[in-house]
Design a protein around this ligand. Structure first.
Ligand code: ZN
Ligand code: ZN
Length: 271
């Protein structure tokens, strides 16, 4: 029977910058960024391969087809890739995709996965069958996917996923304040069912961190209100933010935009 669910979103890693497996962070989770988005009857898509990709790989071990979509190639978004078990399974076919040309993707992973940094080189990842540059729009795995540029050192790509009128916008990593990038993001996020947004800093912390490529919960709620977003997910939590700090951020954000939640490892949203 049709459950009416158009897609699910699961958080496998919600932390920015570096894994933080200390006890005071474990309620929200210490793994770096990794999400799974899946339309019923279609192959799962993975957004970024931070350290959360290790557990996700175990969950997807029997999947014959998997697509992994990258926002950019900073360590916190790729460090789990060598531990994503389906990569080494001959029954699996994994497509790696980004907004960059396929050769750029190959160059990144060749540079990362070689001596003296890693014992197994990229060519040994036998399940990788395709490297792909995301076109605009891209129809894949049951979605229409639109990439767009975020404001981040060395660049990052946001993605808008739409299926049967339900919309998810993923915007990490992004620093607010660039007029063109903010406008583009706002246009893509308009009336989205859910916006996942880089809220690494508090507004006070941000004053000392300008130019590092990340945003705040305050910029998140302003954007969500302007774009008329139905649900805002604060994401890419700072390594120094314990669960208690994050609870405080959530309470402040919800006062101004009640439909705000915090990304938490293991949580599943249905649309
Ligand atoms: Zn990041
Ligand atoms: Zn980054």
């Amino acid at each position: 029977m049709d459950s009416g669910v158009r897609f699910t979103l699961k958080f496998w890693g919600v932390r920015g910058s570096i894994p933080t497996p200390q006890v005071e962070n474990l309620r929200y989770g210490g793994n770096t960024t990794c999400l799974e988005i899946c339309a019923p009857g279609h192959q799962p898509m993975v957004i970024d391969a931070g350290s959360g990709a290790r557990l996700l790989g175990s969950a997807l071990i029997a999947e014959p087809l998997i697509t992994m979509l990258f926002t950019h190639f900073h360590w916190d978004h790729i460090q789990g890739l060598p531990f994503f078990a389906p990569m080494f399974r001959k029954e699996s076919a994994v497509t790696l995709a980004s907004s960059q040309p396929p050769q750029d993707l190959r160059d990144v992973f060749n540079a990362m996965l070689r001596a003296p940094f890693h014992p197994i080189d990229f060519d040994s990842f036998s399940a990788v069958t395709e490297l792909l540059q995301v076109a605009e729009p891209w129809h894949h795995a049951g979605f229409e996917i639109r990439p767009f540029a975020l404001h981040h050192p060395q660049g990052a790509t946001g993605y808008r996923f739409e299926r049967d009128g339900a919309v998810l916008v993923h915007a990490s990593d992004h620093e607010h304040g660039d007029a063109l990038a903010d406008r583009t993001l706002q246009d893509h996020a308009r009336k989205a069912d859910v916006l996942v947004y880089d809220a690494q800093y508090t507004p006070q912390e941000y004053e000392g961190q300008k130019g590092r490529g990340h945003s705040t919960w305050l910029a998140a709620i302003k954007l969500a209100a302007m774009a008329d977003v139905k649900r805002l997910v604060l994401f890419h939590h700072d390594p120094s933010h314990s669960d208690d700090v994050l609870d405080g951020i959530l309470a402040e954000a919800q006062q101004e935009f009640p439909q705000t939640i915090l990304a938490r490892e293991g949580d599943v949203l249905e649309f």
